[in-house]
Write a protein of this length. Structure first.
Length: 439
């Protein structure tokens, strides 16, 4: 029997599962600053490596906070204002505590390259014996290492199946969702299907969001090309630490001195050595400090600075750390320096907001909407507004270009009672003019 597209996708799923999870675990180790405790870093030149520089955490957290902003909202265009769909979406996000989970969603994606949202159908059915009628549906952010989507080999946007698998204590809990059914496996025997039920949604309730979409089934993390350079940077820094330790706690070479005869400054009152002494049995006597004969630290430090500057140029998130020296820059100059960050965050927002919209549409179907209304995710601008530049533009629009009225400009400035404010401004202008005309 010829294998179907689903069979091929599931086969590839099993083949690539280990590599994908291994990549996720490696990236998380860098984020948690625990990367050099991994076995592959305990041999060879890496034996001295310490995590002195770790820019991964800064990059991931910056992307998470800038992408989601302080507050997300859902905008449903409606001539009558707030409608049932708007209220349903607001309730969905409140029940899901999504204002808190939004940062976790992007942190997963920025660190691993992939983020997943499960639209959890909380209505009564066989596998949900204790539903909550007040919360019919929720959005759940899933750890990427427990989710494995299987796509059509000829169409990477068509998800054929999705496996959810995690280990709890000594049991493996696994379920595989298809468009027409869902299969639950025996926790004691993860290869045996325990039960299968029809998928009443007719759609796989898992939304896959790629952090940076490069046309493949998996997305790219926010620091995908920094790890080799970061390893080299930390390796050099580790050897510098060893050099500094040799100066702070030097090794003494005692030539022609019998072991045990050195006391002052070398041993404690209990007779234990407090300094490292190498005894060399040669006729010539003398004591010297074992030290580097050449200045190796100065050029190495300069080289480290060059590497760090190159990494700052490659990652726009790291430019934020340089703003202290440019505190007097104008808003326009700051925007130029942060333009690349704004573009990257805008690209990420497009991916995450599209995924959220897809999850919202599926959730609305669950709560009874036959067709989901068009809506969009709204967040504050990536960079704060430049008040000075906005004011100059308003003055130019009103006085020079004359494309706006004073009333329109006043409303854009947030003035509520426009008519009275304009009348008061005109009266003050007339009073000032009369005062200038008086002798």
């Amino acid at each position: 029997m010829k294998p179907t597209a689903l069979d091929l996708a599931l086969l590839r799923l099993r083949e690539t599962d280990a590599d994908r999870v291994e990549r996720y675990q490696r990236n998380w180790a860098y984020y948690k600053n625990d990367q050099y405790n991994r076995p592959e870093y305990r041999a060879g030149l890496f034996r001295q490596m310490r995590s002195v520089f770790n820019l991964v955490t800064k990059i991931v957290d910056t992307d998470a906070r800038f992408t989601m902003g302080t507050h997300l909202s859902v905008d449903v265009p409606s001539e009558k204002g707030s409608g049932p769909a708007t209220e349903a979406l607001q309730k969905l996000w409140a029940d899901s505590s999504f204002q808190q989970a939004k940062y976790l969603l992007v942190r997963y994606g920025a660190c691993c390259g992939d983020a997943f949202i499960k639209v959890f159908d909380n209505r009564p059915w066989e596998r949900n014996p204790d539903p909550d009628p007040a919360v019919p549906v929720k959005l759940i952010v899933l750890p990427p290492d427990m989710v494995t989507p299987a796509y059509d080999p000829n169409d990477r946007t068509r998800m054929l199946a999705c496996k959810l698998e995690y280990l709890y204590l000594t049991k493996v809990y696994k379920e595989i969702w298809h468009e027409d059914r869902v299969e639950f496996y025996d926790p004691e025997d993860p290869e045996r299907i325990e039960a299968a039920f029809p998928n009443r949604l007719g759609q796989i309730p898992v939304v896959h969001i790629q952090n940076l979409d490069v046309g493949e089934e998996s997305g790219l993390c926010s620091f995908h090309n920094i790890l080799p350079t970061l390893d080299a940077l930390n390796e050099l820094a580790s050897f510098l630490i060893e050099m500094a330790r040799m100066y702070g706690d030097p090794v003494y070479v005692a030539r022609g001195v019998q072991k045990g005869t050195l006391e002052k400054g070398m041993v404690s009152e209990a007779g234990r050595p407090v300094s490292t002494v190498w005894y060399v049995p040669v006729p010539e006597g003398g004591i010297e400090v074992l030290e580097w004969r050449a200045d190796a630290m100065t050029p190495t430090l300069a080289f480290l600075d060059r590497i760090r500057d190159g990494m700052r140029e490659a990652f726009p998130e790291l430019v934020l750390g340089l703003q202290k020296s440019g505190a007097d820059d104008s808003g326009y100059a700051l925007r130029l320096r942060l333009a690349e960050l704004e573009r990257k965050i805008s690209e990420m927002r497009g991916n995450y907001f599209a995924g959220l919209t897809q999850a919202n549409n599926l959730a609305l179907r669950i709560v009874g909407f036959d067709s989901s209304p068009p809506h969009r995710i709204v967040a504050e601008p990536v960079l704060p507004a430049d008040e000075e530049a906005q004011q100059r533009m308003l003055v130019s629009d009103v006085r020079d270009l004359r494309v706006k009225s004073r009333a329109t400009a006043a409303r854009e400035r947030g003035i509520e009672d426009v008519a009275s404010e304009l009348a008061a401004a005109d009266e003050e202008a007339r009073a000032e003019s009369r005062a200038q005309q008086q002798p």
